[in-house]
Design a protein around this ligand. Structure first.
Ligand SMILES: NC(=O)c1ccc[n+]([C@@H]2O[C@H](COP(=O)([O-])OP(=O)(O)OC[C@H]3O[C@@H](n4cnc5c(N)ncnc54)[C@H](OP(=O)(O)O)[C@@H]3O)[C@@H](O)[C@H]2O)c1
Length: 272
């Protein structure tokens, strides 16, 4: 029986985690803390029908908000620990002009949009959240901290055309920094039984991923949980890609059309 807290649970992958966890038996999932800036109708619906789903007001960029959220969760857990913290909230700014016209003459590095905000949410937000919830995770059985990252944060894959085409340098920089943060925690806490995982959930149909993406949020959440709930510390300090049936080889991925063929979901560890 495990307890979970998900940041950015109001929509996209975060909301899909809430839905997927709520579909599992109480013998597997005890508490689902849906951390979000506001209690959106989709979350209210879930908490009405399933007492395991509890909204927790949480703006990851505001240290006071994170502290209050951690105190609230601690009270609700009544002495028990938090098994899994999923740092999912993020923002991404694409240069829309460059996106619609890739040949446009534009210096997207000097005109980089969103770097400060993306650092606040995607890196500092994860640090604020992790440091406040760490004592609760330490008290738990599973002791997992999952940082939802992206292949866009892979420095060694940066020139890969499937990554290089997307004009969002600030997002790529912050996800690389998040990966580095994950590794530092993984090294520091491995002897205490923790797993810090930099997990790529695949290219998903969300506001951030667009409707052109390969996978639904349901597929992304399910496949992410397969990795998260793998027993032991095998993924500590690793950067795994999800594994999805029918997408495990180049040929299978190509058969889905569109961008498929470029993105394979085979559970591999992505190079940093
Ligand atoms: N979609 C993809 O293709 C894809 C691929 C690789 C990795 N990822 C990663 O997957 C995760 C989820 O992405 P998504 O596609 O589901 O994005 P999304 O649909 O844009 O949702 C982003 C979530 O983050 C929340 N958020 C933003 N700033 C916040 C803050 N300051 N405090 C708390 N919550 C905040 C949003 O809350 P509000 O509703 O309040 O704005 C929203 O719930 C992200 O880490 C993303 O980098 C996504």
């Amino acid at each position: 029986m495990a307890s979970f807290l998900i940041t950015g649970a109001s929509r996209g992958l975060g909301l899909a985690f809430v839905k997927e966890l709520a579909s599992r038996k109480s013998s597997e999932v005890s508490n689902i803390f849906a951390g979000a800036r506001s209690n959106v109708p989709a979350l209210q619906e879930h908490s009405k029908t399933d007492p395991r789903v509890q909204f927790v007001k949480l703006d990851v960029t505001n240290p006071d908000s994170v502290k209050e959220a951690a105190a609230q969760v601690e009270k609700k857990l009544e002495g028990k620990g938090l098994d899994v913290l999923i740092n999912n909230a993020a923002v991404c700014h694409y240069d829309m002009q460059k996106m619609s016209n890739p040949t446009l003459e534009k210096d997207i590095m000097r005109e980089m949009t969103g770097l400060e905000e993306e650092f606040q949410v995607n890196v500092l937000g994860v640090q604020y959240t992790t440091r406040e919830f760490l004592p609760l995770v330490e008290k738990s059985e599973l002791k997992k901290v999952v940082n939802i990252t992206s292949t866009f944060g892979s420095i060694s894959s940066a020139s890969d055309p499937a990554i290089a085409w997307s004009p969002c340098p600030a997002y790529k920089i912050t996800k690389a920094a998040l990966n580095a943060l994950t590794v530092q925690y993984a090294l520091e806490y491995q002897n205490k039984g923790f797993s810090f995982i930099a997990l790529c959930p695949g290219w998903l149909k969300t506001d951030l991923g667009s409707q052109m993406a390969d996978l639904t949020t349901e597929e992304g959440a399910k496949a992410s949980l397969d990795i998260i709930l793998t027993p032991g510390q095998v993924y500590n300090g690793k950067f795994p890609m999800i594994k999805v049936k029918g997408w495990e080889t180049q040929e299978e991925a190509a058969s889905h059309g569109g961008y498929a063929g470029k993105n394979v979901y085979d559970g591999r560890n992505i190079p940093w």
